[in-house]
Design a protein around this ligand. Structure first.
Ligand code: XMP
Length: 533
């Protein structure tokens, strides 16, 4: 196992994910909290952070990490932290450095860490712990995101790589297995990033590839069974992939009569969602409590336009109705609540394991008081909270879920309400639901759906001028979004084939006279988020 000390960077989770993709279990712990027993750890990674080492808020790890005799890899802030802690110096850059930067690295012979940088060495060779025989100079395009730099290395450290902008980018200790990178090897755009992490994990820490989803089913299943005992478990099904996979995992682990699946038709769902959920779950061999509560949601959202307020109202109402419906089930008070929360949901709500992860948006499934109360009472289970979306999908397939369910694009908990900018009225929901269904139907029909990570339509509160015959008409604006991503943490705009885009826009305006204009959202994440609200 590799332990990752989280100092609050948005990409900490990605480090864990990359290491797990290499087939090695990685766990993330708060970087400034108490250290767990290090007996099972083969190496420690020190993550990045939005803070500076010289700022009072800069998180500081337990100094025991430097006495544990374990390999260390400092990434960005992690490297700066090691440097500051061990007697070097870190200072602010005149200007923050962000994006692809060329780094030249002198590879010394005899140190397997550096095989990751060498384009001539394959990942398989790195996994088999190849030791480089000759020195060599290579150059890679690394991914930078930092406002500070090392101005003096800590004693015992040596610089092996420098950025084209003139800053130390790769350092290593001369006698201990300690390494530091100023850039982010976990970023998808970092050249040789995967291999560089592999150089540390296999070459330095000597890990073996033993982490698989089959194993996850065993360990997560055992964890669930132990935690809930004979108590009933209630799971709210959203229609998305995550809750479906959670349901499958619960049903694989617990007797069916212990598991209660509940689905709320909030009126904010996609077209035909209720029927689809019902038929999918029947296949899992389990009935479903369906609650029709469209009126309640639309009433609560009347006149509300602020995105965070919408999310809060929906989240609270979810919980309130769920409470009421659970009472109607006559279950004992100690029932457990299960949720399909993923790793990314936690980090993006500032509830990641690090104390410093920042709040971007309150995802309803981690923000509500009742869920927090359940969490405090130890009666919340979130068996996917260590998984990324694509891992959850692989798990779903292994658990026998239908491929169409597993491959479905993600859908946010607050539903169409966060895709209707302004007030989510019944009429707006209706327009958006129809337009979105048309859009997704066309993507499937044209064979584009599986190339896209997430696609949806957004209804804007803007009216623009159009023509209906000879008359002027003020139609609404519909935005189409389609992105590619590995896990929703970052996203690229899907390079839509123009012909398809134009045809789909025409289909939509022909089918829905209320929509006068269609636009395509060309913003990546960051700086935009995937959803509009
Ligand atoms: P953003 O908009 O934050 O979205 O870039 C990242 C991914 O998360 C989904 N999302 C949510 N999922 N509850 C959820 O279960 C929510 O409140 C929520 N908000 C956003 C979003 O659709 C995208 O896949």
């Amino acid at each position: 196992m590799i332990l990752i000390l989280d100092f609050g960077s948005q990409t900490t989770q990605l480090i864990g994910r990359r290491i797990r993709d290499l087939g090695v279990y990685a766990e993330i712990i708060p970087g400034d909290g108490p250290l767990p027993d290090l007996a099972g750890a083969e190496g420690l990674v020190l993550s990045g952070s939005p803070e500076s080492v010289y700022a009072p808020e800069g998180p500081v790890p337990d100094p025991k990490i430097y006495r544990a005799g374990l390999p260390l890899l400092g990434v960005c802030y992690g490297l700066q932290r090691m440097t500051a802690d061990l007697g070097g110096q870190v200072e602010a850059l005149p200007k923050q450095e962000y994006g692809g930067v060329t780094v030249a690295v002198d590879l010394p012979p005899g140190d397997s860490f550096f095989s990751g940088f060498d384009q001539a060495v394959s990942l398989e060779e790195i996994k088999s712990q190849i030791i480089p025989q000759n020195s060599k100079t290579v150059s890679i395009t690394a991914w930078m995101s930092h406002g500070d730099t090392l101005t003096r290395l800590a004693p015992g450290f040596r610089e092996y790589g420098r950025s084209e902008t003139g800053f130390p980018a790769v350092v290593a200790h001369e006698s201990k297995p300690w390494y530091g990178l100023q850039f982010h090897p976990e970023a998808a755009h970092c050249e040789r990033g995967r291999e560089i992490l592999a150089g540390f994990v296999f070459g330095v820490c000597r890990c073996k590839t033993e982490w698989t989803m089959e194993r996850y089913i065993e360990t997560a299943g055992a964890g669930i069974a132990e935690k809930v005992g004979k108590h009933p478990v209630v799971l709210l099904i959203s229609g998305g992939v995550d809750s479906a996979v959670t349901a499958a995992l619960l049903l694989k682990t617990l007797p069916a009569e212990q598991v209660h699946l509940m689905y709320m038709d909030t009126g904010l769902m996609r077209k035909d969602e209720t029927q689809r959920v019902e038929s999918n779950l029947k296949r899992l061999g389990r009935g479903l409590h369906i609650i029709h509560c469209e009126e309640a949601f639309l009433n609560a959202l009347k006149g509300v336009t602020d995105p965070e307020r919408k999310r809060k109202i929906i989240g609270d109402l979810f919980v309130e109705i769920q409470e009421r419906e659970v009472r109607n089930l006559n279950l004992p008070e100690e029932y457990f609540l299960a949720q399909g929360t993923l790793y990314t949901d936690l980090i993006e709500s500032g509830k990641g394991v690090g104390n410093k992860a920042r709040v971007i948006k309150s995802h309803h499934n981690v923000g509500s008081p009742l869920i927090e109360a359940k969490r405090r009472a130890g009666r919340l289970i979130e068996p996917l909270d260590r998984l990324y979306k694509d891992e959850a999908r692989r798990l779903g397939t292994l658990l026998g879920l239908d491929e169409a369910v597993v491959r479905r694009h993600p859908f946010p908990g607050p539903g169409l309400a966060v895709r209707i900018i302004g007030e989510a009225t019944r009429e707006a929901c209706e327009i958006l639901r129809e337009a979105d269904a048309l859009y997704l139907r066309e993507l499937r029909r044209r064979g584009l759906y599986d190339d896209i990570w997430q696609a949806f339509a957004v209804l804007l509160p803007v009216r623009t001028v159009g023509l209906a015959g000879d008359a002027r008409r003020y139609g609404r604006v519909l935005a189409l979004r389609a992105i590619t991503s590995a896990d929703g943490m970052t996203a690229e705009v899907y390079p839509f084939p123009m012909k398809d885009l134009l045809e789909i826009a025409t289909l939509i305006t022909n089918a829905r006279p209320e929509i006068g204009r269609v636009v395509y959202d060309i913003s990546s994440k960051p700086p935009a988020t995937i959803e509009w609200e």
